[in-house]
Design a protein around this ligand. Sequence first.
Ligand code: BES
Ligand code: MN
Ligand code: ZN
Length: 500
Amino acid sequence: MKTKVTSSLPAALETDALVAILLDQANSNSNGTDKKPELKVAASDGTVQSAAADLLASGEVSGKPLETNLLHKPAGLKAKRLLLISGGGAKKFSSYDLRRLAGTAVRTLKARGIRTFAFIAPPAISADEAVRAIVEGAHVGNFDPDYYRSDRKDQKIDEVTVIASGDTKALEKSAEEARIIGDSQNFTRDLVNEPSNRMTPTILAERAKKMCAEVGLKCEVYGPDKIKEMKMGAFWSVAQGSDEPPALIVMTYEPAGTAAKPVLGLVGKGITFDTGGISIKPADGMEKMKYDMAGGATMIGAMRAIALLKPKVKVIGIVCATENMPSGKAQKPGDVQIAMSGKSIEIINTDVEGRLVLADGLYYARQLGCTHLVDAATLTGAVVVALGYANAGVFANDEDMYSRFKEANTKAGEKMWRLPLDDEYKEQIRSSIADIMNTGGRWGGAITAAMFLKEFAEDTPWIHLDIAGTAWMEDQKPWIAKGPSGIALRSLVEFVKSFA
Ligand code: BES
Ligand code: MN
Ligand code: ZN
């Protein structure tokens, strides 16, 4: 999608569709509209308000968030159409909501065959923040997963213009950065969307290599021999059961003239299909386990964005990619595996494979000199029990690292919620035969999974993101299609930028 920024008056702009936000001045709460809504167009000049006057006076518009109303030949405007999207209560309105409205605009307009539009940045949000939110949100809305449908319409918005006043040159730069982030998020979603027969570890590695070559990143891919030679016994224990060879993908971004430290390590779970292994999963819903590589795909997409945005900090992206399969070569419950770090692991359940591949991924990142670690993984069903589909789980072993991440996360407008990592939980993963076991039982399952990973991050400042409930949209929403969400990429990119 092309992006443009203009400071021209909304009324003067010739466009297929002008999009404006309606905010309710009377009700601060966006849902429980107790008072009669007082709807105002969020724009600094009154021409759009006048164009919408009859509609608003009709009482047909409720003002509930994401409600859309489309007017043709709006009076006094050069635009062919005026799309009004309600943003709920004015007081609570933020760039988080703005992203969703931009996504909603894209999905509403592209379904009607419209290819270009202009969006009025609401004056209550700083122009820079608004431009970023609109462009990012528009990209989120522009993705559709129906690649293999013969009747795929491939409707896409080609160009979005943001109407915002301020230093146009600076705002154009912000729009360009947001475009890079939006494209990278959709790049990740493309990878996650592919079924496992079309996204094997080898194919994932090839896609990473191709991307790295395009944006000028170093990329190394290691196969089974190297994984065994490096004594990645935890990673290999999962990979050994599959006929598809595993891939350890290492992407390096090292801009000239940066300090030797810090080195940020982004480690992703890349299970291209999770059958559960010998502890096999029930058939019902198993098809969804093609998205068990979402954490890995997020890191590949994040590295793409980083390479293009060029922050002054060294970053290494690591993806441990393999299938988790049952076979005559597969590991069995009760087996003991030795991780790369030397720690021994008793395998209680072979379906608890994500933490095994990440254990070696995290340790390897530290070996490569990473001073700060972030991992992302569709790690546990338990995080979905705890937080549902709205929030990803965040864990941290270091308070400075957490506050830095939290700030980046807020900027990025992604919902995440911190869960604890108290020492008490460690009891649950104690084994009688080895250093630790790979499951901690039913209670606090997302936390004991994180406790397991903590054993391999050790004293390196580390953040763990459990995206099992958030990496896949179960239903479509007005601003986003059903399917891969691309969650965490924007927070990761903001986090990396905070070190530059
Ligand atoms: N990949 C799954 C976790 C998952 C669950 C991701 C739902 C996305 C949606 C992970 O490898 C797994 O199988 N976890 C099991 C562990 C259990 C057997 C102890 C789980 O959470 O159900
Ligand atoms: Mn599993
Ligand atoms: Zn898994």
